[in-house]
Design a protein around this ligand. Structure first.
Ligand SMILES: Nc1ncnc2c1ncn2[C@@H]1O[C@H](COP(=O)(O)OP(=O)(O)OP(=O)(O)O)[C@@H](O)[C@H]1O
Ligand SMILES: [Mg+2]
Length: 348
């Protein structure tokens, strides 16, 4: 591995707010050290906090990992820059015009949180509400694909010395995802605190404007990221997504416990049973309970939660997720299930 190869790899790391120039072009790479068993890249940042710093550090580390550098490490130094600008404060003022901030959570991965979050957002917009959605899954963002906004880049504007990102708009919803700042298929590698900071920026450093609902598509699990996310952005409460099989119960329970935990103590508005039954496209009236019948209702009862919706497992929902046109835009029974869910959420 040579310094030149590393610099070439770092050319791939573009600064989204600086005309897509690479960190190398921008002179941010202060040093590259190739030691035995470790590779240390030092990035220089100005005193003013760069809103995308955490992203750039993560992307640089990912570039080193992809190149196969041993022991990749990205360090930062602060350099003086002129003229001095106001320090950036990630206050919650930007959220002042948002009526409800709701997390879409589940203890378990792959149960359809993102599918439910995206479709609920579209359904609420169809009902006439002003809606935004943050893809808080910094490790595996799926909102860009599910909404067909992949490859687009949110603009950043400087307001009074603060860089503010403008969310993308499509289907009447404002979308924000770390995925907009990464290349397709690029692995995002974060350490816990970096992920938390990046996430905070994705919510707090965005010009949402007035919204009735800001939905937060949470990453799977119940770790530190979740707790800081809920506390720092002031999530009002959560919707829990699950699949009906018995083995999902323990994960849902863990997630419910997290929200009830003393340091969080936020309400859970109810449970959404996803993949409640399977309906083949050619036999729309048939229901096959492949993960067991009424699992969602049983879980809801056991946990003292409302069952907000039952979403069928249909090929169309998967296809619409892959094609970037959410099922909730349509008129079929799957679309209706999301509209009904939206009507319930609108009562919160
Ligand atoms: N009701 C459904 N019918 C058909 N396919 C579905 C349904 N719900 C989700 N899927 C598909 O299942 C896959 C996983 O869904 P999704 O990405 O929404 O889950 P997730 O809980 O957000 O996952 P992760 O934990 O990785 O964030 C996707 O391909 C999605 O299209
Ligand atoms: Mg997801």
């Amino acid at each position: 591995m040579t310094q030149q190869e590393i610099l070439e790899a770092l050319q791939e790391v573009k600064h989204p707010a600086k005309g897509e120039k690479s960190i190398v072009e921008l002179g941010m790479v202060q040093s590259v050290e190739i030691l035995e068993g470790s590779t240390i890249v030092t990035l220089a940042f100005g005193r003013r906090r760069d809103p995308l710093a955490e992203y750039l550090i993560g992307a640089s580390r990912a570039a080193l990992v992809r190149l196969g550098c041993p022991g990749p490490e990205v360090r930062t130094v602060v350099v003086d820059e002129q003229p001095a600008k106001k320090p950036l404060e990630l206050g919650k003022e930007g959220l002042a015009e948002i009526k409800h901030i709701i997390g879409i959570a589940s203890g378990k991965g792959g149960v359809g949180k993102s599918t439910v979050a995206v479709n609920l957002a579209v359904a609420l917009a169809r009902l006439g509400y002003k809606v935004g959605l943050v893809d808080a899954d910094v490790y595996g963002p799926s909102v860009p694909t599910m909404t067909g906004t992949e490859g687009r880049m949110p603009l950043a504007e400087n307001r009074d010395g603060k860089d503010i990102m403008i969310p993308l708009e499509k289907y009447g919803v404002k979308w924000m995802s770390i995925g907009y700042f990464a290349k397709r298929g690029q692995a995002l590698i974060w350490r816990g605190p970096m992920a938390s900071t990046a996430l905070k920026q994705l919510v707090l450093q965005v010009e949402w404007g007035p919204l009735d609902f800001l939905l937060v598509d949470m990453p799977p699990g119940t770790g530190d990221i979740h707790i800081s996310l809920i506390q720092e952005i002031g999530i009002e409460g959560a919707i829990m997504v699950t699949t009906p099989q018995n083995v999902a119960l323990a994960d849902v329970e863990k997630c419910v416990d997290m929200f009830k935990n003393e340091s969080i103590n936020k309400p859970i508005f109810g449970l959404v049973e996803n993949m409640a039954w399977f309906t083949p496209a050619e036999h729309p009236d048939e229901k096959y309970y492949i993960f067991g019948r009424d699992g969602g209702a049983r879980m809801a009862k056991e946990l003292g939660l409302k069952l907000l919706a039952q979403i069928p497992l249909v090929q169309g929902i998967r296809e619409s997720g892959d094609s970037g046109e959410p099922a909730a835009l349509g008129t079929g029974p799957d679309s209706l299930a999301f509209i009904e869910l939206a009507e319930k959420i609108a009562q919160i």
